[in-house]
Write a protein that binds this ligand. Structure first.
Ligand SMILES: [Zn+2]
Length: 650
């Protein structure tokens, strides 16, 4: 007879109400009955304590700290909604406290939670130094304020997500209660062990997925899809018995928005998962943008999509967003902290602190260990670290990228030469990451008079992705952050950038003889608006095209980059032959990935130094070459797993 297998989250039947009643009792005891606690609730990883004496807490943080110390969880104290001023009166009071210069927009009051969301163009001024303005609001009106930025470039994605989350507010409260209950279930605390299983993205690039598994918990880190294929290896090995049923997974962590890390997150909700998705706020927004777009592409190409648009909404509804450095409990024995990975907006290294100091693992996702025009280098300091899973995209011995200054000079040269001969410059780009880096370089070249001021047209999803970048300046590198927040100089708002928002406008640009620069998707020229410019401009030697990103084998971009002088495209069932007489260049150095040197430096600067490194997210050869180098030079034990292999750490 088969023994019953243990299923985390199901093994122990937790009486939710009992647990909360116990918590409430012990908190009241801790406060010696001096403060009136009306209700204690789980809200995802946070425990919320409602009280009629909220002003006492607002004056003195010590009570809140004592409670958090006692329950060993993050605690938020809120005024019991029954004692709060009605929203219209609270709004008037709040507007008197926040300085006008913060440019407050809408306010949304939630009478179930006692929270108010305040939109502001200058959130820093609405928050105040060290939160002074927020504290003043709490003391005066009792509502717990949360400030969100009105992005200077309006983003449809962000507006839709915020509106959707307001619409499903009540449902979300229930979801967060359930998640809190799961995190706070009684734990087994015996027979401790830690392992990971390679579910996708090992000895390959694409469909990244890792299962982190202990006696108590199961966490999935990234659930990506393989972009370059529609075959059987498009998705990670999610059908394994260790993963199924999906309702036994405690949490999903998404390191960043690229579809090879986030592409199948919505599909989880189609197949029975209904737990939390932990990621940064920009990752939530960017991955929704990319997922919606990928559904469109699937539909346009007549391929059966792997999930429905309602599953994207399901995933948004279950997102718990974290800032860098914020630590939360994601299961009874695992704490998660996200750290800057330097790769794209909101990209994170996921650090797991397991079993009260039993073991610590960092999973890098994609990293860039160099200060780029957009981001600070990936974080290498952790409180504790025994093992790290490190990406190896450019881990080969010869994978050395030119410097960013070199890239800038190269691009400048191409632009100046082309404008001199009155041509157009076409730059195929990925919407997220590379586009914004190129935009920053172009803005600076124009500002410093190193290239003539010609219009820079942005076509495809680039504009929307850029709008999302302007909503989260705190995730950009220090210089950019300071320029935007302190000196009010936002390079993304430069008037040289123009959005292409109609076919007529695109046609106008194509037929305008005046020089211009066009950034258009897709980055590897497998479709998208870039093709329209290319078809019309390719046969004129006055024009130039420069690749700035990786061109995968089998893509049109790769063929052109390799020097094809004629290509044939299918257009409405007809062959279209295009002669390539334009100048075709490649500007290297814009990569969002660490090159070999940066990867070696990243690993050797990890502090504390881990005793084990696993390689993933790289072709087999790159994983092995980088693994060997780390093992030889840094004397760290390295494992290069295949998909489906697992490793036990403790
Ligand atoms: Zn990536």
């Amino acid at each position: 007879m088969r023994s019953k297998t243990f299923r985390p989250g199901q093994a122990v039947k937790v009486e939710h109400e009992d647990l909360l009643a116990k918590l409430k009792k012990s908190i009241s005891e801790q406060l010696k009955g001096t403060i009136d606690i009306t209700r204690v609730e789980f809200e995802g990883p946070i425990i919320v304590v409602y009280t009629r004496d909220a002003k006492i807490f607002a004056k003195d943080n010590q009570h809140a700290r004592n409670i958090a110390h006692m329950v060993r969880r993050r605690v938020e104290i809120r005024a019991d909604p029954s004692i709060l001023d009605p929203p219209d009166r609270a709004k008037t009071a709040i507007l008197k406290i926040i300085p006008n210069s913060a440019e407050v927009g809408n306010m949304y009051f939630d009478s179930t939670t006692g929270k108010v969301t305040i939109e502001a163009a200058m959130p820093g001024l609405a928050i105040g130094k060290n939160g002074t303005v927020l504290n003043a609001i709490r003391r005066k009106v009792g509502w717990v304020p949360e400030v969100v930025r009105i992005s200077p470039i309006p983003s449809k994605t962000i507006d839709n997500i915020r509106e959707y989350l307001r619409d499903v507010r009540d449902e979300r409260i229930e979801i967060l209660k359930k998640i809190g209950k799961m995190i706070n279930r009684p734990s087994i605390r015996q027979d401790n062990w830690v392992r990971t299983i390679a579910l996708g993205g090992y000895r390959e690039v694409g469909r990244s997925c890792t299962l982190l598994n202990t006696r108590e918990s199961k966490i999935l880190v990234d659930v990506g899809m393989n972009n370059s294929t529609t075959g059987p290896d498009v998705s990670p090995y999610l059908y394994l018995s260790e993963v199924q049923p999906l309702s036994t997974i405690d949490a999903v962590v998404v390191t960043h928005a690229h579809l090879d890390h986030s592409g199948l997150v919505p599909a989880l909700f189609m197949y029975g998962y209904d737990g939390p998705i932990y990621c940064t706020a920009p990752t939530r927004d960017l991955m929704s943008l990319l997922q919606v777009d990928s559904l469109k592409v699937f539909n346009a190409e007549g391929i059966k999509p792997l999930y429905r648009s309602e599953d994207i909404r399901g995933s948004i509804k279950h997102c718990i967003t974290l800032d860098y450095g914020e630590t939360v409990d994601v299961s009874p024995d695992i704490k998660l902290t996200l750290h800057n990975a330097g790769h794209i907006l909101g990209s994170a290294i996921a650090h797991f602190h397991i079993g009260d100091g039993l073991y610590n693992i960092a999973i890098t996702g994609d990293t860039k260990y160099e200060k780029t025009w957009l981001f600070d280098p990936a974080q290498t300091n952790f409180p504790r670290l025994e093992a790290a899973l490190v990406e190896a995209t450019y881990g080969g011995g010869n994978d050395i990228q030119p410097s960013r200054d070199g890239a800038r000079e190269n691009l400048k040269e191409i632009i100046n030469t082309t404008i001199d001969r009155k041509g157009h410059i076409l730059i195929p780009v990925f919407a997220v990451g590379r586009s914004q880096e190129v935009m920053l370089v172009l803005e600076r070249l124009v500002r410093q008079n190193e290239i003539p001021e010609v219009p820079v047209y942005l076509d495809g999803m680039i504009w929307e992705a850029t709008a999302i970048h302007t909503a989260y300046p705190e995730f950009l590198n220090r210089d950019l952050r300071e320029a935007i927040l302190k000196r009010n100089r936002n390079p993304f708002l430069s008037p040289i950038f123009k959005r292409v928002d109609s076919n007529e406008m695109r046609e106008g640009i194509i037929n305008d003889p005046a020089s211009c620069i066009v950034l258009a998707t897709s980055g590897m020229m497998n479709g998208g608006p870039v093709m329209e410019y290319f078809k019309n401009w390719a046969d004129d030697p006055k024009n130039s095209m420069s690749f700035v990103g990786y061109q995968a084998e089998g893509t049109l971009g790769r063929r052109i980059q390799r020097g094809a002088d004629e290509i044939s495209l299918m257009e409405r069932d007809k062959h279209l032959n295009i002669k390539i007489r334009m100048d075709v260049e490649t500007t290297e150095g814009f990569s969002g990935h660490s090159d070999r040197k940066q990867l070696m430096r990243f690993v050797s600067n990890l502090n504390p130094r881990p005793s084990r490194i696993l390689m993933f997210h790289g072709d087999e050869k790159k994983c092995i070459e980088l693994g060997n180098a780390i093992n030889r030079q840094l004397k760290i034990e390295v494992n290069v797993l295949h998909n489906l292999e697992g490793i036990r750490y403790r």
